[in-house]
Design a binder for this molecule. Structure first.
Ligand SMILES: *[C@@H]1O[C@H](CO)[C@@H](O)[C@H](O)[C@H]1NC(C)=O
Ligand SMILES: *[C@@H]1O[C@H](CO)[C@@H](O)[C@H](O)[C@H]1NC(C)=O
Ligand SMILES: *[C@@H]1O[C@H](CO)[C@@H](O)[C@H](O)[C@H]1NC(C)=O
Ligand SMILES: *[C@@H]1O[C@H](CO)[C@@H](O)[C@H](O)[C@H]1NC(C)=O
Ligand SMILES: *[C@@H]1O[C@H](CO)[C@@H](O)[C@H](O)[C@H]1NC(C)=O
Ligand SMILES: *[C@@H]1O[C@H](CO)[C@@H](O)[C@H](O)[C@H]1NC(C)=O
Ligand SMILES: *[C@@H]1O[C@H](CO)[C@@H](O)[C@H](O)[C@H]1NC(C)=O
Ligand SMILES: *[C@@H]1O[C@H](CO)[C@@H](O)[C@H](O)[C@H]1NC(C)=O
Ligand SMILES: *[C@@H]1O[C@H](CO)[C@@H](O)[C@H](O)[C@H]1NC(C)=O
Ligand SMILES: *[C@@H]1O[C@H](CO)[C@@H](O)[C@H](O)[C@H]1NC(C)=O
Length: 379
């Protein structure tokens, strides 16, 4: 430092001024380079319907100013945001040539064909949202073990089919935080191990597919998992005890499957962060465990359309955040008065509509209720 200062003082005044100007100049943003422009044109070329993009994507304009394109200070493309533009055609693998691309959002278009594996396995992309399109075929993931920073993959509401990639294929996506593959036609078993490879997984949504087999005990290793939704599939078997080791769970949802067994009290107490539990439309049996009272954050409880029986446990009084309790179409009975509903100030709906047999008593009144939906007005 001292040496440089000395040199400047010895130099003539105009050189000093020039140096000051150079240093003091605000950093300018560069425009995009020809190679990146070419990759974007290759993307455009694979669209059969470009939603009028070609008007804005002009060769003699800086591609950083194009609609839907975001660049960093170096003029490198960092985001392609083209949701809801009526785009048709295929997603070009050339997007994978944009080496500083972080976000791709092509949600809610009419894109078809597959998801190029160059994008999933890119060394830069962290978010891919291609939900609500017409993409089909099997989901291909790269088996390359190179660093893959992908955090968010939303392929929901498409037409993907076939076996879901197995555990070993997901293994390379070590940074995955959210995976949404709901509303496709994936078949076969769920991958047995998600979280040994993706320890940060917080959201896993696989609802509205055709998955079969059991719930893999390995999901219990997902210590960061907050949202687990696998409703509307053909899962069978019981809830594995290991699942309850995923104690960060806030939303646990398996409605409309073929699950069975009883709800084990000592398991559910572990999920103290649970805000919503949906086990409706399965074949669960037994009673609601007393320990449900420990789930102090519970807002929504759905156990409707199962084979459960017995009373509502008085401990439910302690779940003071409850907004909705859906219990219809079971075989519950007994006095509701054991639950102090005055304590459940937020409760809006208690749905006890019975299909098979009737409630024997309600507030101690010996009336048969075979259709009972209580709204806040009554309780
Ligand atoms: C660009 O991507 C295509 C398709 O993935 C690939 O064939 C090509 O080698 C890439 N080009 C460069 C310069 O990386
Ligand atoms: C993609 O864009 C849609 C529409 O703007 C938005 O709802 C969605 O959250 C975006 N996806 C991501 C991952 O940010
Ligand atoms: C797709 O899923 C991601 C992660 O859950 C979410 O952030 C994004 O908003 C979803 N996109 C749409 C269009 O719902
Ligand atoms: C998954 O995507 C669907 C849209 O296909 C959306 O409704 C749902 O909220 C998403 N789930 C999560 C957990 O982001
Ligand atoms: C599934 O996807 C179709 C087509 O995009 C959409 O119309 C439907 O609302 C989606 N269903 C759910 C449950 O998200
Ligand atoms: C439901 O579970 C009961 C045992 O609790 C069993 O007898 C019955 O076959 C099951 N029904 C279905 C449709 O799986
Ligand atoms: C509610 O919680 C309190 C404090 O933990 C406990 O003493 C009481 O027994 C619980 N009541 C019920 C009905 O579970
Ligand atoms: C419902 O429970 C009652 C006793 O509380 C029992 O007699 C009846 O068989 C049960 N019905 C069914 C369909 O399980
Ligand atoms: C029910 O809860 C209310 C409000 O917390 C309380 O004032 C009342 O004493 C409770 N009733 C019984 C029978 O415990
Ligand atoms: C009662 O449940 C049976 C199957 O459990 C179903 O077929 C029937 O439609 C239901 N009836 C009503 C009135 O919901």
């Amino acid at each position: 430092m001292v040496y440089i200062n000395t040199r400047i003082h010895q130099a003539n005044p105009s050189l000093v001024l020039a140096l000051v100007l150079l240093i003091g100049l605000p950093s300018t943003t560069r425009s995009c380079n020809q190679q990146e422009k070419t990759s974007l044109f290759q993307f455009l070329a694979e669209l059969s319907q470009d939603g009028d993009l070609a008007t804005s994507w002009h060769n003699n304009k800086d591609c950083c100013t194009w609609e839907g394109i975001t660049c960093n200070m170096d003029g490198r493309v960092t985001a392609v945001s083209l949701a809801s533009r009526s785009l048709q055609g295929h997603i070009s693998p050339f997007l994978g040539n944009l080496t500083e691309l972080l976000h791709i959002n092509l949600s809610n278009n009419l894109l078809s064909g597959g998801l190029p594996k160059e994008l999933v396995s890119s060394g830069s992309i962290i978010v891919i949202d291609i939900s609500f399109n017409r993409l089909d075929g099997e989901l291909q993931l790269s088996s390359s073990t190179a660093y893959q920073p992908l955090k968010v993959l939303n392929i929901s509401s498409n037409l993907f089919t076939g076996q879901f990639p197995s555990s070993s294929t997901w293994e390379v996506l070590k940074n995955l935080v959210a995976l949404n593959a709901s509303n496709n036609s994936f078949t076969g078993q769920l991958p047995t191990h998600f979280c040994t490879s993706s320890p940060s997984l917080a959201i896993l949504e696989l609802s509205y597919n055709q998955f079969s087999g059991n719930i893999p005990p390995g999901l219990g290793c997902c210590s960061m998992l907050r949202v687990l939704k696998i409703g509307h599939n053909s899962l069978s078997g019981t809830l594995p005890g290991e699942l309850f080791d995923a104690t960060s769970l806030e939303l646990l949802s398996f409605p409309r499957n073929g699950l069975q067994g009883t709800l084990e009290g000592q398991n559910f107490v572990k999920l103290s962060n649970l805000a919503a539990l949906d086990l409706g439309e399965n074949n669960f049996s037994g009673k609601i465990p007393e320990s449900i009272g420990n789930l102090r954050r519970l807002k929504e409880l759905y156990l409707n359309d199962n084979n459960m029986y017995g009373e509502l446990p008085s401990t439910l009084t302690n779940c003071t955040d409850l907004i909705i309790i859906g219990l219809k179409c079971n075989n519950f009975s007994g006095e509701l008065a054991k639950v102090n509903f005055s304590n459940l100030a937020k409760l809006k709906t208690l749905d006890l509509m019975q299909n098979r047999t009737a409630f024997s008593a309600f507030f101690g009144v010996g009336v048969l209720y075979d259709q009972l939906v209580l709204s806040r007005y009554f309780i």
